[in-house]
Design a protein around this ligand. Structure first.
Ligand code: HEC
Ligand code: HEC
Ligand code: HEC
Ligand code: HEC
Ligand code: HEC
Length: 238
């Protein structure tokens, strides 16, 4: 009886030296209480294995978490900074710049012409205004704004259906852009060419606010809640 245990122990020690990771677990049970010395040797091997595994996991995790989004998205600055808060205070509501045309379509980002009543000449001393006036107003050019919420070409979206018909707030899809004092950096997905605002910041795909992300599922989720149906493909695709 005791002989066979010793045999197993000896086997176990040799085996565990050859292949600590796989054999140690089962041998450990037999070793229990028999020899503290041998046991300690086996455990520290497993210890290093576990440490190595945790180390490798942390490295992979961090590189996925920190590096991947940085590699995936290229950062682009807007042509110059635009201060929403200042202009909203100056002009009242959003619709002095973002309004609906007579045919009901949304006119989007205002054209340079609509800024002329105030910026025909320099008003202040900021560098941003100087760029705007010298590069766009004087040259009669449109500002090539990068559009954070831009959907791919195959998607049909109507502001009238949401803002006029359903009475929705700009904030529920765009967050606090209307109250911001600076334009944020635009991030473009190198693979798809989409704006990061479509897929959202959170790499787990979690969202706290309705405007954190605007993928197909996000449109459909709200449609399900608000209208009781996700809608047919042709409603949102052209
Ligand atoms: C003086 C005119 C003006 C007013 C008033 C104004 N905006 Fe803008 N808006 C702009 C310009 C110019 C841009 C392009 C620069 C930028 O993205 O900030 C813009 C961009 C935006 C965008 C970004 C769209 C995208 O996806 O890139 C949103 C959202 C927006 N405005 C919402 C609002 C809201 C909400 C209000 C009212 C609280 C408002 N704006 C008032 C001129 C205006
Ligand atoms: C009702 C008048 C008015 C209109 C219309 C207007 N602005 Fe302004 N804008 C101002 C005032 C006032 C300032 C502050 C000037 C200062 O003291 O520096 C300003 C400042 C700016 C600045 C520098 C500060 C900043 O970062 O925003 C930029 C750039 C600018 N405007 C762009 C625009 C553009 C683009 C449009 C058209 C979409 C526009 N403005 C329409 C009144 C106006
Ligand atoms: C139901 C969500 C939703 C609401 C509510 C909403 N938007 Fe948008 N907005 C979008 C989407 C989606 C796009 C991108 C459309 C596209 O790519 O065709 C967009 C695009 C824009 C643009 C850029 C348009 C362009 O291409 O020039 C502006 C500016 C804008 N929205 C302002 C507003 C303002 C101001 C309000 C409130 C009056 C508002 N939005 C309400 C979802 C919304
Ligand atoms: C936060 C809620 C919400 C989000 C997000 C949203 N929608 Fe909607 N959408 C509505 C509601 C509510 C209506 C119904 C308006 C009505 O007809 O009364 C609607 C209607 C529509 C319609 C018109 C349907 C019709 O035939 O009248 C289209 C197209 C549409 N949405 C596309 C989109 C797309 C594309 C997105 C995502 C980029 C989107 N919506 C995101 C709430 C939302
Ligand atoms: C509520 C609006 C909505 C409905 C309904 C909808 N889609 Fe989409 N779809 C979108 C939006 C917004 C995108 C772009 C964002 C994204 O990729 O998630 C998209 C993207 C896609 C893409 C990827 C296109 C690309 O260039 O990346 C495919 C494929 C697609 N939809 C197929 C469908 C099919 C098939 C149906 C019907 C079963 C459908 N969609 C119904 C809104 C909708």
């Amino acid at each position: 009886m005791s002989n066979s245990i010793i045999n197993i122990l000896i086997d176990g020690v040799f085996m565990s030296e050859l292949d600590e990771k796989t054999e140690n677990g089962s041998v450990g049970a037999v070793e229990e209480g028999a020899s503290g010395e041998q046991k300690a040797g086996g455990d520290s091997g497993t210890g290093y294995g576990v440490l190595f595994f945790i180390g490798a996991f942390v490295v992979c995790f961090l590189s996925g978490w920190l590096l991947f989004p940085n590699l995936l998205y290229s950062k682009k600055e807007q042509p110059f900074n635009f201060n929403h808060a200042l202009h909203v205070e100056e002009m009242g509501g959003c619709d002095s710049c973002h309004s609906f045309r007579e045919d009901g379509s949304f006119d989007g980002i205002p054209k340079t012409a609509s800024c002329l009543e105030c910026h025909e000449e320099l008003l202040g001393e900021t560098e941003d205004e100087a760029i705007f006036v010298s590069e766009y107003v004087e040259k009669e050019k449109e500002v090539p704004w990068l559009i954070y919420s831009q959907q791919p070409d195959c998607v049909f979206f109507s502001h009238a259906a949401h803002v006029v018909k359903a009475g929705m707030d700009c904030r529920s899809c765009h967050g606090d852009i209307g109250e911001s004092t600076t334009t944020k950096t635009y991030e473009e997905n190198r693979i798809t060419g989409y704006s990061r605002d479509i897929w959202g910041k959170n790499i787990w795909g979690m969202k706290k606010n309705s405007w954190d992300r605007m993928k197909m599922d996000d449109c459909a989720e709200c449609h399900q809640e608000e209208t009781g149906s996700k809608g047919a493909c042709f409603q949102c695709h052209k």
